[in-house]
Design a protein around this ligand. Structure first.
Ligand code: NCD
Length: 321
């Protein structure tokens, strides 16, 4: 594996290797000294064309804990705001000797373009491209599901196991969500069943070709007792014409598609509540759901570091011990 661009590219064994390696990385993060020497002398550039809190910090922490040199390149304050192209930015990174480029970009396909352009030969990790893909988010989501739904006292992370037999509901603004797309493919590869739940205006064209079911009714899907409920952020910044072009009102959206106290109470005992963040509290998710005992939202963030350590390790150090 040279690049990590899309969960659709991952085989079952590659996905399991990433998750199992993340478990090992998570164990090292329980130690007093969290730093490993594995990527000493390597340079990882975080190239962020879109705002981000947790993904950028998480990649930075992951690279630093593997002892890589980290350069954070955010577009604000760089020559990109003077109109420099992706190509010239790539050539600059090449000239600086980047071994890996972690890229987030508002254009779907930007990570592919960087990886396959021939502008440089660095490893490319997609940290979110437009509405297309966000593979490390899906991996940390599967890691978190596996720990809660498959893990046992002897094997708390469920190492070696996939998610066969699990049912995951992914709810909300599917249309604009790279998190949903990345999860649909990875969960399918890992044997889980996925139901996308969204109002008709927020279901992408062509969804019938995806390996999942679609429902317009959150309540009907909840009645089937899903094992995990993943709420998506309503992405107002991607809604040209404003949210009003997609649903009548915030109150209406919350009433039909929000995870509120009443819906929370209908979930089976073991069901976990997830959200990639940032949350719109009071829109797609209520405080009771976000902060309640079923919520694994904070743990998703913690697990993100171990998953990104695993990805950087496997991509850059490969088989070397
Ligand atoms: C997601 C993203 O940026 O795609 N957030 C994240 O990476 N934690 C989801 C979102 O922005 O809603």
């Amino acid at each position: 594996m040279k690049h990590l661009l899309s969960t659709a590219d991952l085989s079952r064994s590659e996905a399991l290797l990433l998750l199992d390696t993340a478990s090992q990385m998570a164990q090292t993060q329980q130690r007093e000294i969290k730093k490993l020497p594995t990527l000493r002398g390597r340079t990882v550039v975080n190239l962020f064309f879109e705002d981000s809190t947790r993904t950028r910090i998480s990649f930075e922490a992951a690279a630093k804990r593997l002892s890589a040199d980290v350069i954070n390149f955010s577009v604000k304050g760089s020559a990109v705001s003077k109109g420099e192209s992706l190509k010239d930015t790539a050539l600059t990174l090449h000239a600086m000797g980047a071994d890996a480029v972690v890229v987030r970009h508002w254009a779907s396909g930007a990570a592919y373009q960087l990886a396959h352009s021939g502008w440089f030969d660095a490893t490319v990790v997609n940290a979110g491209d437009g509405t297309h893909q966000h593979p490390t988010q899906a991996l940390l989501d599967s890691f978190t599901m596996r720990r809660h739904l498959v893990g046992t006292p002897d094997n708390p992370d469920g190492v070696g196991h996939d998610l066969a037999g699990q049912h995951v509901a992914i709810v909300g603004d599917v249309l604009h969500s790279r998190v949903a797309r990345a999860n649909v493919h990875l969960l399918h590869t890992l044997g889980a069943r996925v139901t996308l739940v969204a109002p008709p205006t927020l279901v992408p064209v062509g969804v019938s070709t995806w390996p999942c079911d679609t429902s317009y009714s959150f309540d009907e899907t909840l009645a089937t007792g899903p094992d995990a409920v993943m709420m998506l952020r309503v992405q107002r910044e991607r809604m040209s014409g404003g949210a009003g072009a997609f649903f009548p009102s915030v109150v209406e959206y919350m009433r039909r598609y929000g995870l509120d106290r009443d819906r929370l109470a209908t979930l089976p005992e073991h069901t976990i509540v997830m959200h990639p963040g940032p949350m719109n509290r009071g829109l797609e998710i209520s405080a009771e759901a976000a902060d309640g005992p079923r919520s694994v939202i904070v743990e998703q963030v913690t697990n993100g570091v171990a998953v990104r350590m695993a990805a950087l390790y496997l991509l850059l150090a490969g088989e070397t011990p």
